[in-house]
Design a protein around this ligand. Structure first.
Ligand code: NAD
Length: 437
């Protein structure tokens, strides 16, 4: 059993804290947001993440998981302190380290005995050194800083954390290495590796992983765009290349671009780190540019369909979250489509199983929200699909047709088979495939 403090209880911090409690550790989560802490103390999970609620409740009941706003009280007994703080893009796009270094500075004043401070946030190369320096400025006791980037995916966060493909630990301290290895052992029982390395390599591993994945998606999006021009079918091409083991089947689905709180900011931060070191990342820079236009690639198609005039058109919108199984809307392509459509005078009625509250906070009453996916379709001139929630995959097409004014679908996530749509009598425009009309 280890005593752990987790500072920051967002998607990463809360999952980290809960999963460490689940493996028998004593965890205190610290957050600056007092409303959030009050909700968690009341037994409420403040984010939507599948399976988290069960573990959350169980570990609170067992007194292994608690919450506070008081950093000093939270870290007092902890041997390991995780920093799961935001690293948003600063004005120039590089990672803003204000939260991390601010807490590191406070920690320096609070440490009374040896502790391992673990950076779980995604941070540029050299941050562990900066965190070390910020703590060392005030600290009078021994401490170690470890870089432990997190690879969990929102929507699968608990599974990913409990059974990670790998755990990356960057440290030059043998003492910290042993403590961290003990902590993570229960999570790699199937034989997945705990990979030890230096701090800088660990920090870069996270950016390299996200930049690679963003590149893979974007590559496929470009192939899809080209398929449309030459009459090829991206589904066939995807299966054709994915069966080559060097390429792999996963992450090859084309769509309206990547979003979320990680890929856009991490890709940008890596480009910026490059520039700070007089290095220009050609591929990654191009990935950013292609993704930017991909997010609204359906807009000109919709405009064209309505002969250049979207004003007064009623558009049903399925899916707001940046991907399914999350309520996270940060950098969601849906928001970019909403912006373009509202500016063009369209009236949008949206439905998302989890993300509507978050979107209301951003777009106010510029769009309407529906109770369910079918309500959104009433009298719609067209349906736009921006997120591939499972519930949208197998709809009642007859019911859809009876509700909509016109049987028109623009699908940014290729949810339906072309052959199926041919039979169903919809006008159907998707990504990288022929239009059904
Ligand atoms: P988040 O915005 O969801 O949560 C951050 C939390 O930190 C918030 O609850 C906020 O109130 C709290 N906080 C801010 N300042 C604080 C302070 N001084 N003291 C205590 N708490 C404070 O962020 P997130 O999505 O969990 O991401 C955290 C880090 O993990 C980022 O660097 C991100 O890039 C990285 N990451 C995120 C994911 C993901 O899927 N979300 C995956 C891997 C890595």
């Amino acid at each position: 059993m280890k005593k752990i403090a987790v500072v920051g209880t967002g998607y990463v911090g809360l999952v980290t804290g809960t999963c460490f409690a689940e493996t028998g550790n004593q965890v205190i989560c610290v957050d600056i947001d007092s409303k959030k802490v009050a909700r968690m103390r009341n037994g409420e999970v403040p984010i939507y993440e599948p399976h988290l609620d069960v573990l959350f409740e169980r570990n609170i009941k067992a007194n292994r998981l608690s919450f506070t706003t008081d950093l000093e009280a939270g870290i007092q007994d902890a041997e390991i302190i995780f920093l799961a703080l935001p690293t948003p893009p600063g004005e120039d796009g590089s990672a803003d380290l204000r939260y991390i270094l601010g807490v590191a500075d406070e920690l320096g004043k609070l440490l009374k005995d040896y502790k391992v401070i673990v950076d779980k946030s995604t941070v540029p190369v050299g941050t562990a050194e900066k965190v070390h320096a910020a703590i060392a400025k005030h600290a009078t006791v021994d401490f170690d800083v470890v870089s432990n980037p997190e690879f969990l995916r929102e929507g699968f966060a608990v599974d990913d954390f409990m059974k990670p493909d790998r755990v990356v630990l960057g440290t030059s301290s043998e003492r910290a290495e042993q403590i961290m290895e003990q902590l993570y052992k229960p999570f790699v029982r199937q034989g997945n590796p705990i990979i030890f390395m230096d701090e800088k390599s660990a920090e870069l591993t996270k950016y390299a992983a996200n930049a690679f994945l963003a590149t893979k998606i974007t590559f496929m999006n470009e192939i899809a765009n080209f398929c449309e021009l030459v009459g090829a079918d991206v589904d066939k091409v995807r299966i054709g290349i994915g069966s080559d083991e060097r390429i792999g089947k996963r992450f090859l689905f084309p769509g309206i671009g990547y979003g979320g709180s990680c890929f856009p900011k991490d890709v940008q931060a890596l480009v910026n780190s490059g520039l700070e070191n007089n290095y220009s990342f050609g591929i990654i820079q191009a990935v950013m540019e292609v993704n930017e236009s991909q997010k609204t690639i359906l807009f000109p198609k919709m405009k064209n369909f309505f002969r250049g005039d979207l004003s007064g058109k009623k558009i049903a919108l399925w899916g707001l979250a940046f991907k399914p199984d999350t309520d996270d809307i940060r950098e969601a392509p849906a928001l970019y489509m909403i912006d373009a459509l509202v500016k063009a005078g369209a009236n949008i009625t949206a439905y998302d199983p989890e993300a509507m509250e978050n979107v209301k906070g951003v777009v106010g009453d510029s769009i309407s929200f529906a109770e369910n996916e079918y309500d959104a379709l009433k009298d719609a001139d067209a349906l736009l699909i921006c997120t591939e929630w499972g519930v949208f995959r197998n709809p009642d097409f007859d019911k859809m047709k009876s509700l909509m004014k016109d049987s028109v679908i623009f699908d940014g996530r290729n949810l339906f088979e072309i052959s199926e749509m041919n039979k169903n009598g919809f006008y159907y425009s998707s990504i990288g495939r022929s239009i059904v009309s």
